[in-house]
Ligand binder design. Structure first.
Ligand SMILES: Nc1ncnc2c1ncn2[C@@H]1O[C@H](COP(=O)(O)OP(=O)(O)OP(=O)(O)O)[C@@H](O)[C@H]1O
Ligand SMILES: [Mg+2]
Length: 162
């Protein structure tokens, strides 16, 4: 199952994120894929807004801590794996527990959570997750593809978006 969106500006990416955020549920893991500057952090800011994180709480990438937590309607864990060197560091994050079923996790550079040779296989004990693949077009348009390959038979509410 997948769904596509396009945005023409950072503001549009924020509002797309906001719409997505409104449809997320406790326990959701959102894996973001996309090159440098694709818009992962911008989308995350929108998602946080959609999850009710107050506007004053400025969402930016957790450069040194790897994970920032925000309180919205649910706890929001924003994880940026850009600097992560090894799976060891990932284990230190205790991702599985952190994510548990309490909150929503949004992961930048999510490719690091998957086996490089078998990108279908997560390295940690995740059994279902949403993927958002972001592409930069030559004119700065961003293309977003939402995928729920491992969500099971029940359609995730985010797929009702249009
Ligand atoms: N349609 C768009 N959506 C999002 N950002 C856009 C768009 N068009 C241009 N931009 C610009 O692209 C940049 C996106 O930055 P952002 O930090 O969100 O990307 P990122 O994927 O998190 O980058 P990084 O790989 O460094 O983590 C911003 O400077 C933004 O102004
Ligand atoms: Mg970023």
């Amino acid at each position: 199952m997948n769904k596509q969106f396009e945005t023409q500006s950072p503001e549009e990416t924020l509002s797309l994120g906001e719409k997505i955020g409104r449809h997320l549920r406790a326990g959701d893991i959102v894996c973001l894929f996309g090159d440098l500057g694709a818009g992962k952090t911008t989308l995350t800011q929108g998602i946080a807004r959609g999850l009710g994180v107050p506007k004053e709480e400025y969402v930016r990438s957790p450069t040194f801590t790897l994970v920032n937590q925000y309180e919205g309607k649910l706890p929001v864990f924003h994880i940026d794996l850009y600097r992560i060197a090894s799976l060891h560091d990932l284990e230190d994050l205790a991702l599985e527990e952190t994510l548990g079923n309490r909150g929503v996790a949004i992961v930048e550079w999510a490719e690091k959570l998957f086996d490089a040779k078998q990108p279908e296989n997560p390295l940690l004990g995740m059994d279902r997750w949403l993927e958002i693949h972001i592409q930069i077009e030559p004119d700065e348009t961003r293309k977003f593809e939402l995928r729920a390959l491992h969500m099971g038979p029940v359609e995730h509410p985010v797929f009702t978006l249009h």
